[in-house]
Design a protein around this ligand. Structure first.
Ligand SMILES: *[C@@H]1O[C@H](CO)[C@@H](O)[C@H](O)[C@H]1NC(C)=O
Length: 187
């Protein structure tokens, strides 16, 4: 009897973990290039760092995929990163796009890339915050990371501006994340 109850609870836990995860548009699907190098990091990470891309936004998978391709080209060819800098990007179509992905070292915040997940919102959010659906899918991605053991349960959420000289994630998005779970102004 006891073991049946435990089995049922485990099932519920698994379903629960799964339901926390949004569908992720893989690198293959959006057309990513092969990275120059890939570095694995120790997880769960303690920090989640929010950025904006300061590019036009995008409202469907085709347009968002083109944005990711151009951001990856810029990061690899102009900034000489190994790959696209973010772990994930969030499109204006409210879809999650895989950057370097979970458990990988990004190139979004110098000195923090090995202990954080960097999430880049596609768009310029200085004056206007992202639409509700774009914000909520990002929150879902963070919950998913916790459920998967990629992000610490008591993670700290920061805007990129708290860690390096940048305006990112833009005034409006920075304001929007201030009531999210785990938000801190400084680490
Ligand atoms: C981003 O938006 C702000 C506010 O609307 C604007 O001043 C700035 O020029 C924009 N940046 C770019 C790179 O388009």
């Amino acid at each position: 009897m006891k073991s049946i109850i435990i089995a049922v609870l485990l099932c519920i836990e698994l379903i629960h973990a799964n339901s926390d995860c949004p569908k992720i548009i893989t690198r293959n699907r959006w057309g990513a290039r092969t990275p120059k190098e890939t570095h694995t990091i120790t997880t769960p990470v303690e920090y989640v760092i929010i950025h904006h891309s300061v590019t036009p936004t995008c409202s469907d998978e085709d347009a968002c995929s083109k944005r990711l391709i151009s951001i990856q080209n810029y990061h690899m060819d102009e900034k000489h990163f190994n790959d696209i800098g973010y772990n994930f990007m969030i499109g204006g179509d409210a879809k999650v796009y895989e950057g370097v992905g979970w458990s990988k070292e990004g190139a979004h915040t110098k000195d923090w890339n090995r202990k954080s997940i960097g999430i880049g919102f596609i768009g310029n959010f200085s004056a206007e915050a992202p639409p509700y659906k774009q914000l909520s899918i990002a929150k879902k991605l963070i919950r998913c990371g916790v459920a998967l053991g990629e992000i610490e349960e008591n993670y700290k959420l920061l805007g990129a501006r708290s860690l390096r000289p940048t305006d990112s994630p833009g005034d409006a998005l920075y304001k929007a994340i201030q009531n999210w779970k785990g938000f801190v102004r400084s680490p």
